[in-house]
Ligand binder design. Structure first.
Ligand SMILES: Cc1cc2nc3c(=O)[nH]c(=O)nc-3n(C[C@H](O)[C@H](O)[C@H](O)COP(=O)(O)O)c2cc1C
Length: 175
């Protein structure tokens, strides 16, 4: 092991856990639903993972305290939008609170009715398949019914910062 590797103490400190996990680069999604009253809900999530090809399953982990959880639990379908590198503001908007996240934001209904955003790199429309409680999050598994994609560059989240694929690797000076 390299000398500069930061070893986690035991028991694990939350900050050490968070900082270590932040070294795993991910894309950024907005997961979305329309509730039974026709109101759209959405939440920025980087915990997206594809799970199974046959059947086609994906998962996203949602904090147990998230308002979005009630909406997703009462919906038959939810959408996953893969953000492009130009959609950082959309990511911030759907992670914030104190306002209507959809106000003034362009979106369309997918085949299943879920909110999909123009300009994203990919969309998945999922039937709610199963949920599991895991610690302070819910693992939400969806069975993918429709999928679409286009070419483009992704929005990346790494080291607690937004990045683009070709940005300069200067993250260590900003944490
Ligand atoms: C880049 C990024 C990724 C995030 N990923 C997740 C995630 O995977 N799961 C999650 O529960 N919250 C995640 N969050 C935080 C939520 O977007 C935010 O706390 C959430 O919108 C609050 O939930 P609520 O508005 O439904 O109550 C992320 C935030 C950002 C900025």
């Amino acid at each position: 092991m390299a000398n500069d590797t930061k070893l986690a103490p035991h028991p694990l400190e939350p900050r050490q856990f968070r900082r270590t996990c932040s070294r795993f680069a991910s894309g950024v999604t907005i997961i979305s639903v329309v509730d039974s009253e026709g109101t759209a809900h959405g939440m920025t999530a980087s915990s997206f993972t594809s799970v199974s090809l046959n059947p086609p399953l994906i998962l996203v982990c949602v904090g147990s305290g998230a308002r979005f959880l009630d909406a997703v639990n009462s919906a038959e379908h939810f959408g996953v939008n893969f953000l492009s590198e130009t959609q950082r503001a959309l990511s911030e908007r759907f992670a914030g609170s104190g306002y209507d996240r959809f106000e003034g934001v362009a979106w369309d209904r997918g085949v299943t009715g879920v909110p999909l955003f123009p300009g994203v790199l990919g969309t998945l429309e999922c039937a709610l398949f199963r949920t599991f409680t895991a610690g302070d999050h819910e693992i939400v598994i969806g069975r993918v019914e429709h999928a679409s994609w286009r070419d483009g560059e992704p929005l990346i989240h790494f080291g607690s910062q937004y990045r683009a694929l070709e940005s300069s690797p200067a993250w260590w000076s900003t944490i």
